[in-house]
Design a protein around this ligand. Structure first.
Ligand code: AKG
Length: 284
């Protein structure tokens, strides 16, 4: 469970790191399954509904950038989504009751791994209230060298930046004069987790180390937080992890910009951010 200090830290700063959430066996299973996906990607040469590939991916040197919707690809990922050590902690922040939104596994292969530009998840999926957050499960140690996540403390209480350029959603802060100011590095051992509020500004640099950085990301919402872009009742019910459906959305004031229209290649954040002109993190 989270301590009062950890809960206060999250509400004050909009993010939190928790070490040692998974057991050694749970971590080993995640690493094994993820290694198997990298092997499978050798047979793929183009993005598809499961794999998002780095531009220089090849059969000899597989460079997988993302496994899409991992909970549908392997039960080990689905079990991790439902891990009591994660759900108990997330419920302390936005419960009682929980629902999932998207899931994804971002990979940064050694000496490569694409940057993720500054963005707020809220820009991708606005809801009726902002009791919405993402958990990053560290499959490898996350270090400064291999492209750890960077957060802007307190930014979840601030403005929503435009993620549009030339009238199209580009999935990253597009203002050419944007400066993140003070940033915090999330350094976490494998088996630990990061938690960040949907409105917190965050990014990560490429991987400059000899070690992979694989991060399994789960988006969790309170049950009374409904997606503004709509959801069928069946999908809403199927996404519930704890608690009962709530057809009475709680509507709270939060800035919203609808993430439309989407660019042509909208398969993953990496593809969406490719159209961004201002690329800050890729330079690091
Ligand atoms: O993989 C990362 O470093 C951050 C990923 C992220 O923020 C996202 O996919 O929305």
């Amino acid at each position: 469970m989270l301590s009062k200090e950890q809960i206060d830290f999250y509400h004050e700063n909009g993010y939190l790191v928790v070490e040692d959430v998974l057991s050694a066996d749970e971590l080993a299973a995640l690493q094994r399954v993820t290694d198997e996906f990298v092997e499978r990607s050798r047979h793929i040469s183009q993005h598809n509904e499961v794999f998002d590939l780095e531009p220089n991916h090849s059969a000899e040197r597989p460079r997988l950038r993302r496994i899409k919707n991992p909970i549908a690809q392997n039960e080990v990922y689905d079990q991790t989504l439902r891990h009591p050590g994660i759900l108990d902690r997330v419920e302390q922040l936005i419960g009682p009751g929980l629902r999932r939104q998207n899931t994804k596994l971002n990979m940064k292969e050694p000496d490569h791994g694409s940057a993720v530009e500054w963005h707020q998840d809220w820009a991708f999926y606005p809801h009726t209230n902002d009791d919405v957050l993402a958990v990053g499960v560290c499959i490898d140690d996350m270090t400064e060298e291999n492209g750890c996540m960077l957060m802007v403390p307190g930014s979840h209480k601030g403005e929503l930046y435009s993620h549009h350029e030339n009238g199209v959603f580009v999935g990253a802060v597009s203002d050419p004069d944007f400066e993140p100011g003070e940033t915090a590095k999330c350094l976490v051992r494998a088996g630990g987790i990061t938690i960040h509020h949907a409105r917190t500004l965050h990014a990560s640099t490429p991987n400059h180390s000899a070690n992979p950085r694989r991060l399994l990301l789960f988006e969790y919402c309170s049950l009374d937080s409904w997606p503004l872009l709509g959801a069928s009742f069946d999908d809403y019910c199927a996404s519930i992890l704890r608690g009962e459906p709530s057809v009475r959305p709680r509507v709270a004031v939060a800035p919203v910009i609808i993430p439309l229209p989407k660019p042509e290649n909208a398969g993953s954040i990496f593809e969406i951010q490719e159209s961004l002109r201002r690329k800050e993190m890729a330079q690091h």
